[in-house]
Design a protein. Structure first.
Length: 166
């Protein structure tokens, strides 16, 4: 599997520019770090526990959205609903939560845009993409993704990588 890069993220975010959501270094860095934290920007569905009967966990896409969590949140939030609806009609043909959730596994452009839209719902500014903001970025991630089992020990390396040029 090919690692999804910051250039891929930057390219996908162009889709949101007409909606007034600029492509910024802050957004690209935050999405890169979160994507690495959630899926190593490689896994498009949540890997199940070795003892699980299901072959896939409940999260989909490189940013690991759950149907009744991030997908529903982005589709219903006042600041993202219109843009998310337009994206879903274009890429999925529907705004049905489960149809969108399924599509996130196979459509990286949609997944990237949904991840950016989730960040857009936060009234606080994205942290500057500098290594010194590791803790601020971690808090931003925790507040918005609300991971069930956060792994703080891996975040620092992902944030430093996200802050590098390129």
């Amino acid at each position: 599997m090919r690692l999804y890069t910051k250039n891929d993220i930057r390219g996908d975010l162009q889709e949101l520019v007409p909606a007034g959501i600029a492509v910024t270094d802050r957004a690209v860095a935050m999405l890169h770090a979160i994507g690495m934290q959630e899926s190593r920007l490689t896994h498009r569905f949540q890997l199940p526990l070795a003892t699980a009967l299901n072959r896939k966990g409940p999260a989909r896409g490189l940013w690991q959205f759950e149907a009744m969590g991030g997908v529903t949140g982005v589709l219903n939030h006042a600041s993202t609903k219109q843009t998310a609806t337009a994206l879903c009609r274009k890429y999925v043909g529907s705004v049905n939560v489960h149809a969108v959730w399924n599509a996130l596994e196979y459509n990286d452009n949609l997944a990237t845009c949904f991840a950016r839209l989730l960040l857009w719902t936060d009234p606080r500014a994205l942290p500057d993409a500098v290594i010194e903001n590791e803790d601020v970025a971690w808090e931003y991630y925790i507040r918005n993704w609300r991971p069930g089992k956060p792994h703080r020990h891996t975040w620092g390396a992902f944030w430093r990588e996200a802050c590098q040029n390129g």
